[in-house]
Ligand binder design. Structure first.
Ligand code: SDX
Length: 427
């Protein structure tokens, strides 16, 4: 046995193996804990619990490090494309030129959505949130594509279909919600530009592709592509552990991401800043509210379960805000407000003591607004970015010898033995 730890329970000593990761992190392997001791562990929110071993993404929350397959996020944001980063996450290495070209061809070939699916969109109330629509449409996609013969073929085609079609589905929900004509993907446009064109092109006002805008979206998606075992990725893994099809597992991930404590925070941040801007509310008052224990208000875009320092992605996105707004000759009062808020919070003891720093969602809405997206599409954009990560994590779980059906235990605190009382005998 390698390294281990000893624990003493009711006078008896037990030895439990230690698992040591490639970056030196250590975990107590409690696979045999209940069998050996009759005890389970208790860890609501799983802040101290590792659900798997993974080779996809490494985060160091104290140092603010984020790497995909060992490559620092800063390098990928500087030099890579979203398509290439997706390939890296899913296949474990950067593609060569031929593989990248082949991947592009497949993403183009599968980018159309079955025409009958447009009928689904027509029947959602116009005010439906696009995250609810996207989760439903991804789940419904399974019905249009019968299971293929071999598992390998099924996985590869399904993965490509999802990556290719998710943009088209997202853009369709936007166009149809506004009563506009759906714009189809074009074979002459690359991944990000194609999505922008499907979103903003119109018969009376052709969309002009601006390479700086395309690059901003590309970097936004690279930064969102994976983040180890976050809430929505855990949802994909848990749902996938029942051996359900990938569309259903991804649909669960989209639903989990929607929440304002998770991916929905990017929309919540802009709504918070907009309220402050419109009401003339003092930023310092917002800081005070965030500190009041009995006040349910949370400073959206601040804090993180893992990062106890500045989110490395937020640093890059903050820089992108200035670069993009300057390029588009735009000013956004919400950016000034966000920077003022960050400056005051960073000096505040409560924020410092609780390691509350801006996270990926704090500045991302500024970039998305500048590109022209409505705030209710922000989390959809997060979902498109996170899709390669969800797929990579799901695929990894299939090949993991330790992976089994996810089924946590509990500590029961309800009534002890009780008996049925006929209704006429009840008080
Ligand atoms: C994402 O996990 C991931 O990797 C997620 C993500 C990804 O890429 O997948 O990074 C994307 O979801 C980023 C997070 C987006 N959410 C928000 O911006 C919402 C606002 N943030 C919080 O609600 C909160 O910070 C969480 C939910 C993100 C984390 O909550 P935790 O783990 O409970 O935070 P903590 O235990 O470190 O908090 C320490 C204290 C707590 O006080 P007590 O309840 O123990 O007394 O700080 C308080 C918290 O209440 N606190 C906040 C706060 N965040 C934590 N107080 C005010 N405002 C906040 N934003």
């Amino acid at each position: 046995m390698g390294e281990s730890v000893r624990i003493e329970i009711e006078g008896k000593t037990y030895e439990l193996p230690l698992i040591i990761g490639s970056e030196g992190e250590k975990a107590i392997d409690i696979n045999e804990l209940r069998k050996k001791t009759g005890l389970i562990t208790y860890d609501p929110g799983f802040g101290n619990t590792g659900s798997c071993k993974s080779a996809i993404t490494f985060m160091d929350g104290e140092k603010g490090i984020l790497r995909y397959r060992g490559i620092p996020i800063e390098e990928l944001a500087e030099y890579s494309t979203f398509k290439e980063t997706a390939y890296l996450l899913i296949n474990g290495r950067l593609p060569n030129r031929a593989e990248l070209n082949q991947f592009s061809v497949l993403l183009n070939d599968h980018s159309l959505v079955h025409e009958d699916m447009q009928l689904f969109y027509q029947n959602f109330p116009r005010a439906s949130h696009p995250m609810g629509i996207l989760s439903s449409m991804v789940n419904a996609t399974r019905s249009f594509y019968p299971e293929l013969q071999t598992a390998e073929e099924e996985i590869n085609i399904t993965v490509t279909r999802l990556l290719a079609k998710v943009r088209t589905m997202a853009a369709m929900s936007y166009k149809i919600s506004r009563g506009h004509k759906v714009v189809y993907p074009r074979s002459d446009l690359a991944y990000c530009a194609n999505f922008l064109n499907m979103m903003f092109d119109s018969p009376v006002k052709p969309y002009v592709i601006d390479e700086d805008v395309v690059r901003a979206l590309e970097v936004f998606w690279i930064l969102h592509a994976d983040h180890e075992q976050n809430c929505s990725t855990s949802a994909v893994r848990v749902v996938g552990s029942g051996k359900v099809n990938l569309y259903a597992a991804i649909s669960a991930g989209i639903a989990a991401l929607w929440g304002p404590l998770h991916g929905g925070a990017n929309q919540a941040v802009i709504e918070m800043l907009t309220d402050v801007h419109a009401s003339g509310y003092k930023v310092s008052r917002l800081i005070e509210r965030a500190k009041e224990k009995q006040d349910p208000f949370r400073m959206m875009g601040f804090g993180h379960r893992v990062y106890k320092t500045y989110d490395p992605r937020a640093k890059i996105i903050k820089g992108m805000c200035h670069k993009l707004l300057n390029k588009l000759h735009m000013k956004d009062p919400l950016l000034d407000l966000a920077m003022e808020l960050e400056e005051i919070a960073m000096r505040d003891d409560f924020f410092k003591e609780n390691n509350l720093y801006p996270n990926v969602d704090f500045y991302s809405g500024i970039v998305l607004r500048a590109i022209g997206f409505p705030s209710n599409m922000f989390t959809v954009l997060f979902a498109i970015g996170r899709l390669p990560g969800w797929i990579a994590q799901w695929k990894e779980s299939l090949d993991d010898p330790d992976w089994r059906l996810s089924r946590p235990r509990q500590i029961y605190i309800g009534s002890v033995l009780n008996h049925y009382v006929p209704v006429d005998k009840r008080k």
